[in-house]
Design a protein around this ligand. Sequence first.
Ligand code: GLA
Length: 687
Amino acid sequence: MTRERSLSTPLPPSLRGPGANTSSSPIPGLDGLAFGADYNPEQWPREVWHEDVHLMREAGVTMVTIGMWSWSKLEPREGEFDTGWLDDLLDLLHEAGIRVDLGTPTAAPPAWFFRTYPEARVVDREQRALGPGSRGMACPSSPAYREACERITRMLGERYGSHPAIAMWHVHNEYGAPVGESFSAAAQEHFRRWVLDRYGSLEAVNDAWGTAFWGQTLGSWDEVLPPLPTPSVANPSRELDWRRFSNQAILECYIAERDILHELSPGIPVTTNFMAHTCPNMDLWRWAREVDIVSNDHYLTAADPRNFVELAFDADLTRSLAGGHPWILMEHSTSGVNWQDRNVAKAPGEMARNSLSHLARGADGVMFFQWRASKKGAEKFHSAMVPHAGPDSRVFREVCELGATLQDLAPVRGSRGGADIAILYDWESQWAQDLPWRPSVDLGHRQQTQSWYERLWRDHHAVDFVHPEADLSGYRMVLAPASYLLTDAAARNLEEYVVTGGNLVVGPFSGVVDECDGVRDGGLNAALADLLGVAVEEFCPLRAEETTRIDTTAGEVLDVQVWTEDLAVLDAEVLATYADGPVPGGAAITRASRGSGHAWYLASDLSIDGLSGVFAEVYTRAGITDSDLPADVELVERTAEDGTRHLFAINHTAEEHTLTLEGRTLHVAAGAVATTTVPAQAAVTTS
Ligand code: GLA
């Protein structure tokens, strides 16, 4: 089978992720790229609004997000609205040519709401009701909260649905954080209904949750409870269903608001800002189907000196959620944040490099939290586009430079990214894998996925993320670094991919459980044993700091930590064996040939360096060519509908590099980004 798909070919619909965004210019009325910030002018007297708009124009701001924290100002008493200030603000922005992403304020209900409806507060697992005086939504299952959200959203939709300033609607803020679950009485009842809908009978619930173990059999619906504190570890299958339910309960809140806005503001796209890789509470494959434009917030982890790799991961994941279509970077920071332990300020140039890294990976907008630094409140030490130091500052000068760069890059808008390599990513599997009482706490979904991603990143290969049940047929190589939970449909999908010519690499502790977190008949990796040609007889995790050695048939010696497995080889070639450790002589890396494809199994948690050899073999078999770009220099590509290619060379090193791209020379200064455009049909090579 041939796997020919160049980046200039639009993805077939079957390859798109579930993102509903299908337009190549996603924000109506915006000619170029979106550039701006969360704008919270409630904090300032009106003179400052005028200065703000003046500075926004100086910086090249094209869009701001407003209203997200305005509920108490918009509805100071239940059912009484005060919108004069917002009318004026929208008019002011409109006159200045600044588009508005209008937020619904449902992530911060007013004090009167909590006083009137104390039962609507979020209740945590320990049964503590969380009070007002901060932010974070009320209980998503609370009828009073849902009703209040609908009322304020309807008011906004009716009043501003056709206001000429409005470019987008921005529902809520970061669903899933800080509240990803609530254990209130309403939530308990809601969960019971959800369980009834999912399983239909108590017998089916008992079966799915394996309640026969530890005598947990449920005899009546009243006994179906969320995972409240228990003396010992709680039933893991119920915990997994609780995560699914919590995701659904919160998603229902979004959908209710979105539907009102679709009704009252037709043609204006609705989004809500995700945290693709940084908040695992929400199953974003489900969410991405429900938004008109995918948008995402990303903040660097200051403690990680190579945090630009995680940034790339997050941006690739977001592009994948959008099905390859453009998306909006809704928030990031101009410099340090204020909520990490040590909030490192960004170095000169770093903000631009971060911004263009997102842009290169498909963002059609670069937005920040927030426009002007707050004088009071919890985030007064968070950086902003206008810092406390004012406009005569390095940060503001860099903001203005970025604004000008984005104006120059306007032709990039609407172009798309894609890849020949896919990594399987599934929030449900992550939730299940990271539950307590697993063979080793050291093997985690995030770390496994990130190491495999970083190997590809260092090898300069573009990556999409896909759900394990998605169509894989266009990918030359598919990686499953952490597929602990695999449905039967996903297992069949992987088999189909391999036998029709695919190259699949599977990581340790994969194919272990079904969607109920139950081990299948047939062994610890029954879902994949035939495909991989190996059966896992036993997991053999290592002690903390323990290291064991793997010898490969290619002559490599690899040290591994954390994890080994005792494999029975059924029908596969052994590519590496353990030299010592719990299973000396046992198979550690295998390859099976199936149909016209191949499936590798890595029964250890190999380091980023250790993955190098096996990935190199897979690249060769998959026809993926090596890159000779310098280390820590990225070349990222977006392709327009007419085949024009926009190339971004991103230099994360302290030296200048010179790249040759199909006859043209591109200098990329230390820590900078250089861009070039290749007209349709011209081929590009790098040296
Ligand atoms: C989140 C929120 C913002 C702000 C930033 C600070 O992303 O959405 O309101 O609190 O964090 O980094």
